[in-house]
Write a new protein. Structure first.
Length: 297
């Protein structure tokens, strides 16, 4: 298979649509379809399911996709090294981040990175923790920002610790004045966001025997905060989330000072490109600078 066909398969997997994939690669849909048909005949098995709603990879196509993307990544690495020899900076890097990181860290990181390396293209993929893990393992992204613990198939490097705080209605004040105990929280209705639920928060709640109210199945942090603002209950939210979701609520440290650990993650054993290494250093430098302004744990 040629690299052009590899790229076509990868792009079709991204778009789920032959026409859009072809347009993004500046070829006609008929040429794209013809190239895939030739490839399928040579392989002896189909790679795509075709229907009215678009196209999707077959089971065999899904099996080959991570390897196809690995070959494309190696070709990109080769071109980067050639450019380095020629004295140029080029390439691309793909980052996966969860919502609070996308809002609080990524703008500063991207601005700083592109001031230093203008020709390098950066792609940001937003998802929850499990989605970022999956994208790392199937080579959709080069590096991700995750909450530990994570898959043992990933290599990780700790960036910072993010305190878990209890937010309460604005008229609530705990008996201890400056922090809340587990008993304080057990006396209130606990509301937790369901989407992107990180393992650290979940483990903390389970170990503390704190059970979220089953009547509330809320997907977004802002919706949970709105319920708390209106006196419905309390919630355990990472401090980094609250920095980008201000509102009319009180926030308190929790006894024992629980926290989540945020780390950079890459696929274990995978050779990292020059641009990926540059971005990893940029993220580490930016987070070190930002962490100096945060309260110590």
């Amino acid at each position: 298979m040629s690299l052009a066909v590899y790229q076509l398969i990868s792009t079709i997997a991204d778009y789920g649509n032959m026409t859009k994939a072809a347009e993004s690669l500046h070829i006609t849909p008929s040429a794209a379809s013809h190239a895939i048909s030739i490839l399928e005949r040579s392989l002896g098995f189909p790679l795509l399911h075709r229907n009215r709603n678009g196209v999707s990879l077959t089971r065999d196509g899904e099996f080959l996709l991570p390897q196809i993307r690995a070959v494309l990544a190696q070709e990109e690495y080769l071109q980067e090294y050639i450019s380095q020899i020629q004295g140029m900076e080029r390439g691309s890097v793909r980052i996966g981040v969860f919502s609070s990181i996308c809002q609080s860290w990524i703008p500063q990181i991207l601005h700083s990175f592109h001031m230093k390396y203008p020709p390098i293209k950066t792609y940001v993929f937003q998802g929850d923790y499990r989605e970022i893990e999956r994208m790392l393992l199937d080579n959709t992204i080069d590096l991700g920002v995750l909450s530990l613990p994570t898959s043992n198939q990933l290599s990780t490097s700790t960036l910072t610790h993010d305190r878990l705080l209890c937010i309460t209605p604005p008229d609530y004040e705990p008996p201890q004045k400056t922090y809340v105990t587990l008993q304080d929280m057990k006396a209130m209705t606990l509301i937790q966001p369901q989407r992107g639920y990180d393992c650290t928060t979940q483990s903390f709640l389970e170990n503390a025997q704190l059970t979220p109210n089953p009547h509330f199945s809320i997907m977004q942090d802002q919706a949970v905060i709105s319920l708390v603002e209106n006196g419905i209950g309390c919630s355990v939210i990472p401090e980094l989330v609250l920095q980008t979701h201000t509102g009319n609520y009180n926030s308190y440290p929790i006894e024992g000072d629980p926290y989540r650990t945020i780390a950079l993650a890459t696929q274990q054993g995978k050779t990292q490109s020059l641009t990926t290494k540059k971005m990893m250093r940029e993220i580490e430098n930016c987070i070190e600078s930002l962490s100096q302004s945060l309260p110590a744990l």
